[in-house]
Write a protein that binds this ligand. Structure first.
Ligand SMILES: Cc1cc2nc3c(=O)[nH]c(=O)nc-3n(C[C@H](O)[C@H](O)[C@H](O)COP(=O)(O)O)c2cc1C
Length: 218
């Protein structure tokens, strides 16, 4: 082994903030998601409650995770925005199966969602794009996300060009940028408990569109 060695075996934490019991939760996982989201958002110690890890199955056969921001959720599912030609966009175009997860450390909670991603309607992406600050709009335009670029200077020069070109003009949403809706097929809620006896409740979507709820061993 080289010089770097850091044994983390002694890192250990006991969880005891909350519990998840069948009698206290909704038949619909989106309602439980909303309850948890509100509770975490109202609590101290989470910077971006809506930051989630999105995992796709890459064209190279590897899964890949990255963080994106949840911008909306409804009974239908979870919406985030990105560049459709990015590595994740290309992956989704071949295989829409994705996994998203949240780890809200301050409340000792994890949510894991498996689902299928689909592009949202163009007018919805337009609406969200329109609401973004100008700098973010130009950023979406300038960045050919996930492509290799020669340098930081190249990116900044491209941005300056666009700033000139669009001075005083309206910036429209480029076709390559927009939202995805992840329609969930399973949603698992994990609540840390003492002695590693954590609570895990999984909801799975059935063929008749009702949600089946099961408790999993921690
Ligand atoms: C806190 C945080 C929030 C992010 N939000 C987004 C987002 O909403 N959309 C997005 O495309 N990338 C977002 N990113 C950047 C992605 O993690 C990633 O670098 C980018 O989307 C390119 O991923 P890809 O090359 O795998 O497609 C965010 C990163 C962080 C750390």
């Amino acid at each position: 082994m080289g010089k770097i060695q850091n044994d983390l075996g002694e890192y250990r934490k006991s969880y005891g903030k909350s519990a998840l019991t069948e009698d206290s939760i909704s038949d619909n996982p989106m309602e439980l998601f909303q309850k948890w989201f509100y509770e975490v958002d109202a609590s101290e110690g989470v910077d971006e409650t809506n930051a989630m890890t999105l995992s796709t199955i890459g064209l190279d056969g590897f899964p890949k995770n990255r963080v994106v921001l949840l911008k909306k959720y409804t009974y239908e599912g979870f919406i985030f925005y990105t560049n459709y030609t990015s590595e994740k966009g290309q992956a989704i175009s071949i295989d829409p199966s994705v996994c998203i997860s949240f780890f809200w450390a301050n409340m000792e909670r994890q949510v894991i969602i498996k689902g299928k991603a689909e592009k949202i309607a163009e007018n919805l992406s337009d609406g969200y794009f329109e609401s973004r600050p100008e700098g973010s709009k130009l950023g979406a335009l300038v960045s050919n996300q996930s492509s290799v670029i020669p340098s930081r200077e190249f990116l900044e020069a491209e941005l300056r060009k666009l700033e000139k070109a669009y001075a005083g003009k309206e910036i429209e949403r480029p076709d390559h940028w927009g939202g995805y809706l992840v329609r969930p097929v399973s949603i698992e809620f994990w609540q840390g408990r003492p002695n590693r006896l954590h609570d895990r409740i999984r909801y799975s979507l059935q063929e008749d569109f009702h949600w089946k709820m099961e408790r999993l061993a921690p």
